[in-house]
Design a protein around this ligand. Structure first.
Ligand code: FAD
Length: 391
């Protein structure tokens, strides 16, 4: 019998192996990842691991013994270069082919390239992998001038740790406020005060014209012509799904690989889960693609169930967290389309939550050092919205 082949050895892949076993799958599993590491957790890459508070082995999602005991054929440091749905096979970088009974695409996302001249200069980093952190850390010596382009979660988490490592940190954000895509003004203002209070310079509503070289970056030229001296630059301007394998094989894409509520792609026996897949959310009435641990785990569970023939309707309450200094930010739900917010707690004391509503419907809750409101929100949001009365 042809094995279940998993392409990409990250968060979703590790969970899929665990869940396939839990679902009673007794066949072979081949796990193929292009990084040289066992599946590992990425959140610490911009948090404890970056701050040197966590060793590399603690990033591993499962110990090596787990894969050996589960009989998984691990192919690390190996890239899949082609999917061949008509032959039910994948092609590896060495040209060899591997047949599958079922294929799970769990290739995640990669850092978006900064769309300005000079983005390719030495000293310009992004943080997506263990190796990225190793390269960044080698350049992040105390006193160095770091310019972070992008004031989203990853940019701000790195700002907090870089400050702790003794760097001189400036965050440049093109939107008028930090976290503009993912939070309301109350949270953005709180984040700004938090970072400025810790000595980070924040420039919002400011574009970047180019990075100055010639070989190694020496500065960032802003849209207004000013130049910020820089010893290193972090590009933190979002991620793009690794969906090329799927598109070249003729699978339907729609903001990543299009899957149904059972993680099935448009091709028979091919499933996708994690950052790379967009799925129909009945809870939010639209198709969504999430970049979160919650989604990678829960969607991989759904994929394992679907592969083993079980019924599944994946429709989660999305949730996410971010750690910056001693602040834990937790978000439940999706807030796009919100019309008003309600804040409860003490913003100045750094312990509060913001609820986002469309009409009377609660869409999302952002909690700051308030885990209880986060847990309550996850429960409240799991209740589907009432069907509107006819007429
Ligand atoms: P990944 O874990 O990215 O794994 C995909 C793997 O597939 C990668 O190893 C990739 O190299 C490999 N691959 C790609 N193409 C191929 C190919 N052709 N052949 C072989 N292998 C291939 N989420 C949260 O919920 N909370 C957080 O605080 C948080 N912080 C984060 C901080 C950082 C710095 C980053 C980068 C992410 C963070 N995330 C966080 C997001 C979370 O880590 C991701 O949502 C999660 O890892 C997605 O899992 P995945 O399995 O879909 O992809």
């Amino acid at each position: 019998n042809a094995p279940v082949v998993i392409v990409g050895a990250g968060q979703a892949a590790a969970q899929a192996v665990t869940s396939l076993k839990a679902e009673g799958y007794a066949g072979n599993i081949v796990l193929i990842g292009d990084e040289p590491y066992l599946p590992y957790q990425r959140p610490p890459l911009s948090k404890a691991y970056l701050g040197d508070e966590m060793t590399e082995d603690r990033l591993e999602l499962k110990a090596p013994k787990f894969y050996a005991d589960s009989g998984v054929d691990l192919r690390l440091g190996t890239r899949v270069t082609r999917l061949l749905p008509a032959e039910k096979a994948v092609e590896l970088v060495d040209g060899s082919r591997l047949a599958y009974g079922a294929l799970l695409i769990a290739t995640g996302t990669r850092a978006r390239t900064l769309p300005v001249p000079g983005a390719e200069l030495a000293g310009v980093f992004s943080i997506r992998s263990i190796d990225d952190v190793k390269h960044f850390r080698a350049a992040a010596v105390p006193g160095a001038k770091l310019v972070i382009i992008g004031g989203g979660y990853i940019g701000l988490e790195v700002a907090a740790k870089a400050k702790k490592l003794g760097l001189d940190v400036t965050v440049v954000e093109g939107q008028p406020r930090l976290l503009a895509r993912v939070a309301c003004a109350t949270i953005s203002d709180f984040a700004r005060t938090l970072h400025e209070g810790n000595g980070v310079t924040i420039l919002t509503g400011m574009g970047v014209a180019r990075l100055i070289g010639p070989e190694r970056v020496t500065g960032v030229e802003l849209a207004d012509g000013r130049v910020l001296p820089a010893d290193l630059v972090l590009s933190a301007v979002g991620a793009v799904p690794n969906a090329e394998l799927a598109s070249e094989a003729g699978l339907v894409l729609e903001n990543g690989i299009r899957v149904d509520e059972a993680t099935r792609t448009s091709a028979p026996d091919i499933y996708a889960a994690g950052d790379v897949a967009s799925f129909p959310s009945r809870l939010y009435g639209r198709r969504v693609r999430l970049e979160s641990v919650q989604n990678a785990i829960d969607q991989a569970k759904a994929a394992a169930r679907a592969i083993t023939g079980g019924d599944v309707a994946y429709d989660p309450v999305p949730w996410f967290w971010s750690d910056q200094y001693d602040v834990k930010l937790q978000i439940a739900g999706l807030l796009d389309g919100y019309e008003r917010t309600e804040t409860e707690g003490d913003v100045a004391a750094g312990r509060f939550c913001v609820r986002y509503f469309a009409g009377e419907r609660l869409l999302a809750v952002c909690s700051v050092n308030d885990p209880k409101s986060h847990m309550l929100a996850r429960k409240a949001l799991a209740i589907p919205p009432p069907v509107p009365a006819p007429g």
